[in-house]
Design a binder for this molecule. Sequence first.
Ligand SMILES: [Zn+2]
Ligand SMILES: [Zn+2]
Length: 146
Amino acid sequence: MIETISNTDELRGDLAAKGLKPTYQRIMILDYLNKHKSKHLTVERIYEALAKKMPMLSLTTVYNTLNSFLKAGLVSAITITGTEVRYDLTSTPHHHFLCRQCGQIIDVDVRCPIANRKNINGCKIEEVHGYFKGLCKECAKKQRKQ
Ligand SMILES: [Zn+2]
Ligand SMILES: [Zn+2]
């Protein structure tokens, strides 16, 4: 099966809109993030997946590309695990839940009143991150059975 790039024009447009030159690597990395939206991947995971298709790719390139995406506001960095950075395509603001058993990170749609404020005591808010931790549905179910 040949995996095709979904919509190159659209990806190019997304990059250009953020002032980023649409290089091949950037398009490929953005495409991968797009296809794995809810996965909250690490640099290493993205590199491992793409290196199969792009033998010239280096971990440093992926790292630098994600950093440029981050600066441009194309992705946001999720540090819920405390030990690594997970990348999320910037979309509607949402919070995250980390399962301490299986390690999956789930998007949480929680509206908190502070998240809609533009500033707190004169400080301009640019990002709001809410981290919730515990047991996911499946892991909680397994635990009850034991
Ligand atoms: Zn779990
Ligand atoms: Zn998310």
